[in-house]
Write a protein that binds this ligand. Structure first.
Ligand code: BES
Ligand code: MN
Ligand code: ZN
Length: 499
């Protein structure tokens, strides 16, 4: 898809389709008004007849308006003009993209950039539009026999800006939006691939493929022998139950002005299939446990977006990746393992495997002397109970980092919500036989999982994102969402811009 930025009047756009906003109640946006005036009131006539009130997400497609150079005009209802927030803006754009696709529009100029959204500039709107368009047009057909693309795909998309002075900002936003959208796209593809294709070895190969694209990105893969030497007994205990060898992938992107700048470290859970191990999961929906590597996918997506934007920063991605299976040598409930940190862990439930691979990766992260470290994991079903599918769960040991992530969530629309990481919960991890148990018993499962991780992150500022509820959708729309690539890249962009 080709995205460009232009300034100019909507009635003068010589293009297949022009998109403009209508607000509640029956209020035309500036672009809709110009089209209306050019066409001698054609739009206001239709609206007076009740064809479009302006409710959020409603649409009206018009053909061949008089005195306009476009073939069609797509009007989008946006709700009340003063009430448009991040969520509504995203919704408006995804409705636009789906409607355009369903109607075979191939060349489009959008004036949705003039919609007022509190505290958001044109660049933000362009980035959000590109994400929404890419999401609406996303289609995972690489494993279907019929891979024919749509007959009339959207090819050319022009963002209108209010003046020539905004062209530069707009073009920068287009580059950023495309980089982020392609990071999201990558995360979705990796998430959607089945466990028999997307194995730890496959993820390692993908990291090496990304490395080829950027000179300032270095990838390193640790094999099981290397992890053995480092004493990663917790991580290795999980992969012992599988015939697929574990990998520890690191990606280091350094384009900081000061190459000594301490990195932002992202650690992503990469369980390419979570059967539960000996504590086997029930059969229903077990296929969805192929998505248990979505944390890893979001790290790959975010790092490739950052590298594509060539941001002047230092980011390290660490991906512990394994398959959790009940083989003959799998861990058994009651087994005790020693983590890289030296702390011993009693494995009371082999299905609480995410924290076992993360704890060693988090200890390994110390070697990078993180400025901050953020782990991203589909860690607990309890997080879905607590928060549903809207925000990711957020916990951590450093308030400024928590606040930055909450802020980046609001800006990007890829939100997270803090849960308390109070010491009161720590005793739920007490074990009679080891330094700690790997499960916290009844109650607050997301918090006790984070409590477990907190015992391995004392040396740096750390936050944990539990993405169990947001990383994929179930049911008819089953598929990876690419979250939280948008949140992570926004956090990194904010950090680059605040300096
Ligand atoms: N990957 C799962 C968490 C999960 C489950 C995410 C369902 C999304 C949907 C994780 O490895 C797991 O199995 N967690 C257990 C922890 C429990 C044994 C303490 C869970 O949530 O049931
Ligand atoms: Mn599990
Ligand atoms: Zn898991």
């Amino acid at each position: 898809m080709e995205y460009t930025v232009k300034s100019g009047s909507p009635e003068k756009q010589r293009i297949g389709c022009v998109v403009a906003a209508v607000y509640l109640p029956r209020k035309l946006s500036p672009a809709a008004r110009l089209l209306d005036e050019a066409s001698g009131g054609a739009i206001s006539n239709l609206i007076r007849r009740g064809e479009l009130e302006g409710d959020l997400g409603s649409t009206l497609l018009l053909h061949n308006l008089d005195n306009t150079l476009c073939d069609r005009v797509l009007l989008i209802g946006c709700g009340k003009e003063k009430e448009i927030d991040v969520n509504a803006y995203r919704k408006i754009n995804s409705v636009m993209a789906t409607t355009l696709e369903n109607n075979g529009a191939t060349e489009v100029a959008s004036y949705l950039t003039e919609i007022p959204v509190k505290r958001r500039d044109t660049g933000w709107k362009i980035r959000q539009s590109i994400e929404a368009i890419d999401t609406a047009l996303y289609n995972f057909n690489q494993l279907k026999s019929d891979k024919t693309p749509p007959r009339r795909p959207l090819r050319k998309f022009v963002f209108s800006v209010s003046g020539r002075g905004q062209l530069m900002e707009g073009e920068k936003a287009v580059r950023e939006g495309m980089a982020i959208a392609s990071g999201i796209h990558l995360a979705k593809d990796l998430g959607n691939l089945p466990g028999n294709i997307c194995t730890p070895t496959y993820l390692a190969k993908q990291a090496m493929r990304i490395e080829q694209q950027y000179p300032n990105l270095a990838v390193n893969i640790l094999e099981e022998e290397d992890m053995e030497e480092l004493g990663m007994g917790a991580l290795l205990s999980v992969s012992r139950g599988s015939r697929q060898p574990a990998k520890l992938i690191t990606l280091e992107y350094n384009n900081a002005e000061n190459p000594e700048q301490k990195p932002i470290v992202l650690v992503g859970k990469g369980v390419t299939f979570d059967s539960g191990g000996i504590s086997l999961k029930p059969g229903a929906s077990m296929d969805e446990m192929k998505f248990d590597m979505c944390g890893a996918a979001s790290v790959l997506g975010a790092i490739s977006a950052v590298a594509e934007m060539q941001l002047p920063t230092h980011v390290v991605g660490i991906i512990p990746t394994v398959e959790n299976m009940p083989d003959g040598s799998a861990s058994k409930p009651g087994d005790i393992v020693t983590s890289m940190s030296g702390q011993t862990i009693e494995i009371l439930n082999t299905d609480a495997e995410g924290r076992l691979i993360l704890c060693d990766a988090l200890t390994y992260a110390e070697k990078y002397k993180p400025d901050v470290c953020i782990d991203i994991a589909t860690l607990t079903g309890a997080c879905i109970v607590a928060l549903g599918a809207h925000p990711a769960g957020l916990l951590g040991n450093h308030n400024p980092l928590i606040n930055d992530l909450l802020g980046a969530g609001k800006t990007s629309g890829d939100r997270c919500w803090e849960l308390p990481l109070w010491d009161d919960y720590q005793e739920q991890l007490d074990s009679n036989f080891a330094d700690m148990a790997n499960i916290g018993g009844k109650g607050a499962g997301t918090i006790t999982a984070a409590c477990f991780l907190s015992r391995f992150t004392k040396k740096y500022h750390w936050a944990h994102l539990d993405i169990a509820g947001v990383a994929w959708k179930s049911g008819k729309e089953k598929g990876a969402t690419g979250r939280p690539v948008s949140l992570l890249t926004q956090y990194i962009l904010d950090r680059v811009n605040d300096k």
